[in-house]
Design a protein around this ligand. Sequence first.
Ligand code: ZN
Length: 278
Amino acid sequence: MPELPEVETIVRQLDAELSGKRLGQVRLSRKDIVHGDPRPLSRLLPDRRIEGVHRRAKRVIIDLRPRAQLVFHLGMSGRLTLCALDASVEKHTHLRIAIRNADRELRFRDPRRFGGVWCLTGGPKHKGRKLGEVGPEPLPLTLRQFKAVVARPRQLKALLLDQRVIAGLGNIYCDEALHAAGVHPLTRADSLDEAQARRLLRAIKATLRKAIRSGGSTFADYRRADGRAGSYQKHHRAYHRDGQPCRTCGTTIQRINVAGRSTFICPRCQQEVSKPPS
Ligand SMILES: [Zn+2]
């Protein structure tokens, strides 16, 4: 599933390539992936100018003028790529948006359809799924803000995965950051002391920044906007490394289950210090 670094990678590429351009013809093959304004995208989008592309949480937001926003949620398997007009169209490509005076088009592909597109115009709304509320972005968080975020009696990893609490982290970067900070994922969040909270926030930011520099992590579906894979998976220290030696201490990385998700830890670097709430 694309997380903050993967979405940030897509957004930076799209912003550089698309800002100032105008949208053209829209081809939609699955109406049920579109939410927000109920009018057809083929009427709403053509000729609108792209003001810029940015990210909030794990969402790609395309700002348009006349004023509108096109919000993509990539869900589990979504891909948002700029493709040559004559490139073969992959199965499960639900939406294609031409770019005026360009030889490429924007394609949204999502085999598992946990993602979707929201067209927000300020006009009629409430068709299909709503965009949920999301918590603060991790990169600008101060230690004080982070301590307020984690001051809850919940398992730390479950809390960090909760998009309403903190935005953009998923299974990969939670495991990587917790390993880098030497904190066990089952730690009760409100039991972190000052030093642990500082280490963890620092690890979250450093992990996300390094992953953005590598274009994100590709395991299965994720691709950058130019269709290439990310490379941060080569630098993972915990995620999907069960059975392999910890790159810090040599102990074998274990796979455990936390909050219903496969979780990868080094039992030596990440010792459990307090029991989670039952
Ligand atoms: Zn270790």
